[in-house]
Ligand binder design. Structure first.
Ligand SMILES: NC(=O)c1ccc[n+]([C@@H]2O[C@H](COP(=O)([O-])OP(=O)(O)OC[C@H]3O[C@@H](n4cnc5c(N)ncnc54)[C@H](O)[C@@H]3O)[C@@H](O)[C@H]2O)c1
Length: 407
C-alpha cells in the first residue's frame, strides 16, 4: 500500500468490511493516523461525563479531535458541539455516527442500559471505543459483551481511570512486594450527602425519549425524573451499587485477587433520603474472596470522610487509598500514638487524563489498554451479585461460568 494513500479512501476501504477493519495492524494504523494527523473521534452520549471526557481528550489537541456528536437531548448536543471541531456533525441516532468512515474511535458516555448496544455496534463498525463504566447492565450481558469485543480486533478501554493512576499503580506495587503481608480484610466506602431528586424537572430542549429508553425492558411515558436521574432507577442501571462499586471493587480484587471477582455476596440496603426511585442509597455488601473478606458500604445522606476510601488490612500493615493518594500504617497499633506514622505515603488523586492518553496510545500501537473488557466485566460482577443478594435476600454464589478471569 502506498505511503501517500489518501486517508479517507483507506478508512473507507477498511470500514467497508468489518473483517477488513479488524485486521488493521499497528503499522497500518500508523499510516491511517500519520504523525501529523489527529485521531477523528465521535461522542455518543454527551451528558455530564461525556463532556468531561471530551475535555480530557481535548488536552491532546495534536493527537485527536471530535468531529461528530450524538445525543438524544438537544441541549447536550449543542454543548458538545462547542467542544468539537468547527463544522462537526450531530445526530440523535448513533448508527449515523458509526456509518461515518472518518471516525476512528468512539467515546461512549451513555447511561448503563445503553452501554452494551453502543459498544458492540461500535466495534462491529470497526471503531475503537472508550466506553464508560460500569461495563454492563448484568453479569450475563457483560459476558456477551466480552465475547463480542474479543471476536473483533478493536481497542476497547473501559472508563475505570484508577487503572491508569500513578497513585493506584504505585500502591499495587507495594501490595505485590508484600508490604501488607497476608491480606485479611478489605473495605470500600463511598459517603456523600447528595441532594434528593427534585419533585419536578423541566426539559430545556428537545428530547427523544423513545431513544433514551431504547433497550430498557419496561416502557414509561415521558418522565423527566427518569431522564435526568436515571441512576435512581433499576430500569437503566444497577444503581449506586454498580455505579461506584465497580471502581472500588476493581481496585480491591486487582490488588488482592488477581483481578478476579468474589465467590459470593450478601447485602442489606434501604432507601433513606432518595425517595422516588427503586435503588438503595444506603447499603452494605459483604463479598467472599478465596483468602479474604471484603465489604462495600455506601451512604448518600451523610458525607463523613467525604467521597471514597479503600482500606486494605494485612497481617503486617494497613493501606488506605482515597483522593489524597495512599498511606500505609504498620502493625501493631500502639496507644497513645494512634494512628502510627505511615511507613509509605503518596499524595495524588485519580486523574482521567492518563487513562485517556493510554487509550490514544493504544489506538496507535494496537496494544492492550490498561482497562480492557475483562477488567470492566470482572469489576462489576461483585456489585451485580450484591444487587441480586439484596433483591433475593440471600447469599448469592457466582456460577463458575459467570466471570472471565483476567487481571
Ligand atoms: N468514570 C467515571 O468516573 C464516571 C463518572 C461519571 C459518569 N460515568 C459514567 O458515564 C455514563 C454517563 O453518565 P453521566 O453522569 O454523564 O449521565 P448523563 O445523564 O449526564 O449523560 C448521559 C447522556 O447520554 C444521553 N443518551 C441517552 N441515551 C442515548 C442514546 N441512545 N444515544 C445517545 N445519547 C444517549 C443522554 O441524553 C445524556 O446526555 C454512565 O455510565 C456513568 O456511570 C463515569
Amino acid at each position: 500500500m502506498s505511503e501517500n494513500i489518501n486517508r479517507r479512501r483507506f478508512i473507507t476501504t477498511a470500514g467497508a468490511s468489518i473483517t477488513g477493519a479488524s485486521l488493521l495492524t499497528a503499522k497500518s494504523y500508523a499510516r491511517v493516523i500519520g504523525a501529523n494527523e489527529r485521531i477523528q473521534l465521535g461522542i455518543i452520549g454527551s451528558g455530564g461525563r461525556g463532556r468531561s471526557l471530551m475535555n480530557e481528550f481535548r488536552k491532546f489537541p495534536d493527537r485527536c479531535e471530535f468531529i461528530a456528536v450524538c445525543d438524544v437531548y438537544e441541549p447536550n448536543i449543542n454543548a458538545a458541539l462547542k467542544l468539537s471541531r468547527e463544522g462537526a456533525k450531530s445526530t440523535m441516532d448513533y448508527r449515523e455516527l458509526l456509518a461515518d468512515k472518518d471516525i476512528v474511535a468512539i467515546v461512549n458516555g451513555t447511561p448503563d442500559h445503553w452501554h452494551s448496544n453502543v459498544l458492540l455496534d461500535s466495534v462491529a463498525a470497526g471503531k475503537d471505543v472508550y466506553t464508560e463504566k460500569p461495563f454492563s447492565y448484568s453479569i450475563e450481558q457483560g459476558a456477551k459483551m466480552v465475547k463480542g469485543v474479543r471476536e473483533k480486533k478493536q481497542i476497547v478501554q473501559v472508563g475505570m481511570q484508577r487503572r491508569s493512576s500513578e497513585a493506584v499503580r504505585g500502591a499495587k506495587k507495594l501490595v505485590e512486594d508484600g508490604v501488607l503481608g497476608e491480606i485479611v480484610m478489605a473495605r470500600a466506602q463511598w459517603y456523600w450527602n447528595r441532594k434528593p431528586m427534585p419533585a419536578k424537572l423541566q426539559l430545556q430542549g428537545k428530547l427523544d425519549w423513545e431513544r433514551f429508553q431504547g433497550p430498557a425492558k419496561k416502557r414509561y411515558p415521558l418522565d423527566e425524573r427518569r431522564f435526568f436521574h436515571w441512576r435512581n432507577f433499576s430500569d437503566y442501571n444497577g444503581g449506586h451499587m454498580t455505579d461506584q462499586g465497580t471502581h472500588l471493587m476493581d481496585v480491591i480484587q486487582w490488588f488482592c485477587n488477581d483481578g478476579n471477582p468474589p465467590r459470593s455476596a450478601v447485602c442489606q440496603g434501604m432507601i433513606h433520603a432518595h425517595k422516588g426511585g427503586d435503588v438503595p442509597d444506603t447499603f452494605s455488601a459483604v463479598f467472599e474472596y478465596p483468602t479474604f473478606l471484603a465489604s462495600w458500604t455506601l451512604c448518600y445522606s451523610n458525607s463523613f470522610e467525604d467521597s471514597w476510601k479503600i482500606t486494605i488490612q494485612g497481617r503486617k500493615a494497613t493501606m488506605v487509598l482515597d483522593d489524597d493518594g495512599y498511606r500505609i500504617f504498620p502493625e501493631p497499633w500502639q496507644r497513645p500514638e494512634i494512628p502510627p506514622k505511615p511507613i509509605h505515603e503518596y499524595k495524588g488523586g485519580i486523574p482521567t487524563k492518563p487513562h485517556v492518553e493510554n487509550f490514544l496510545d493504544c489506538i496507535k500501537s494496537r496494544q492492550e489498554p490498561n482497562a480492557p473488557v475483562e477488567v470492566g466485566h470482572n469489576a462489576v460482577t461483585g456489585p451485580h451479585l450484591a444487587n441480586m443478594a439484596l433483591r433475593q435476600q440471600k447469599r448469592v454464589v457466582l456460577q463458575s461460568n459467570g466471570a472471565i478471569a483476567k487481571a
